[in-house]
Every structure is written in C-alpha cells, then in structure tokens.
Design a protein around this ligand. Sequence first.
Ligand SMILES: Nc1ncnc2c1ncn2[C@@H]1O[C@H](COP(=O)(O)OP(=O)(O)OP(=O)(O)O)[C@@H](O)[C@H]1O
Length: 259
Amino acid sequence: MTKPGISIRNLWKAFPDADSKGDVLVAVEDVSLEIGEKEFVCVLGPSGCGKSTLLRVAAGLEKPSLGSVVTQSRPSVVFQEHGVFPWLTVAENVGYPLKLRGMPRAARRERVRELLDLVGLSDFGSYYPAQISGGMRQRTSVARALADDGDALLMDEPFGALDEQTRVALQQELLRIWEQTSKSVMFITHSVDEALTLADRVVVMSRRPGRIVAEIEIPFERPRDIIELRRDPRYGEITYQLWNLLEQDAAGGGGEEAA
Ligand SMILES: Nc1ncnc2c1ncn2[C@@H]1O[C@H](COP(=O)(O)OP(=O)(O)OP(=O)(O)O)[C@@H](O)[C@H]1O
C-alpha cells in the first residue's frame, strides 16, 4: 500500500448507555485501518455495528474515546440524506465550500461548471433540491464533496435510500469520477453487492461492538463495468465469502442485537 490517506489506530468509541444509567455502550472496539492514497475501501457490516460512528470519528465530527485518526487533509463527507442545503440551488450547494474558502466569484463559477459537468447536472444548476430527484440530490452532494477538494472522501451509505437502478447508475458514475480524481475513499455500506462492486478492499465489521473481523482484497480490474462484473465467476465467489463472514458473525453471538 502507498502512504496512508487515512490512518485509524486502535480506535475505541463509547457513548453513555441510554438504557442503563452510568454504563457505556461501546460502538467501535479497537479498530485499526489504513486507507492508502487513491485506495477505495468499503466498510461492510450489519445495521447498528458502528459503521457511521467510525466514519464520523474519521471525519472529525466525533472525538475518539481512545486511539487516533490521522488524515492527510480535512476529509470531505457525503451522507445518505439531508446532504444538501434546501435553500440553495444545486450550483450554490456545489459552490458552497469554494465560497467558504474565499475563492473569487468568476473562478468559483468556472469550477462549479466543471463539477456539475462531471456529475451530469449541467442543466440543473439553477434548480433547488426540492425540484430534483433523490439521485440528483445525491449527485449534488458528491459534487459538493469534490469541490471541497480534500485528499480523502468519506461516504456514509450515500446511495442507501435510492432505488436499485439509480443506485447502480450512481455507483458506476462514482467509479468514473473517482478514477479521474483519485482520492482515498472510505465508503460505508451494508450491501455486499455495493461493497464488492466499488472497493479495492472490503473491511468487514462485526455486530456491535464493531470490530474488524476480516479484510478482503477485491481483484477486479479497473475501470470496472459494474453490470459486466456480475458475469465474472469471481463475483459469485466473493459474494459467497462475504455473506459467510457476515453470517458467521451473526451465528457466533458475541454481538448484541442491532440498534
Ligand atoms: N451519539 C450517540 N449517542 C449514543 N449512542 C450512539 C450515538 N451514535 C451512535 N450510537 C450507538 O452506537 C451504535 C452504532 O451506531 P452506528 O450509527 O454507528 O451504526 P451503523 O453500523 O452505522 O448502523 P446503520 O447501518 O443502521 O446506520 C448504535 O447502537 C447506536 O445506537
């Protein structure tokens, strides 16, 4: 692996337990994960296993209880929903990080135009989020994260709320964009298909408290055609392997019921 874009060392994160006063609920237990420069890593795990917590700590939105997170620069984050400001147009949303950085108006307009082109929203810059589809809102969110221009992109189930066809189309688009921008990506998902379609490496987490139980290298060449991938005999094998890991963890007890 090249030098890490994101380095997480022995990370623990606990919250006060709402069910039992004075107790803590361990959401993430001793997770160490290095994501190389230009590496795409998917974190796969069942609902409530601590995936979002891991991402929020990596993004600097929560403090670790123990351990450390080092990123090359401030990472950009894409969330599943509510990722765009409803009172700004698509173009204003995408340009927002540039405005915060103090980029002059003309340069900003040019950069926003490039980004809207990249995510296929050139004709929708003047629309408000309520006037576009869920898939277009997510593309706006991705474009805004790219405008941020950090070396690392953290994505928390960004396509989870979308229908299957839109989801697959956006996965393909994300891969195309990522191949052009080459950032380190940490992508959270509970979908086996999504993980093995996108990732260079899939990190499997256990049920809560979330630990890393396995890491699987994904051998598919890039650029990937994510429909064609499904005909590759390795696709079935890796799907089977990942499901087995998730099942083993569920059968092995240890974890608690998902939240
Ligand atoms: N701010 C918080 N305060 C208290 N408990 C929290 C907080 N954030 C998360 N948790 C708890 O930590 C555990 C892990 O939650 P988290 O959202 O990280 O899981 P997840 O794997 O992302 O779940 P999902 O896939 O359903 O989104 C859950 O039991 C949740 O209730």
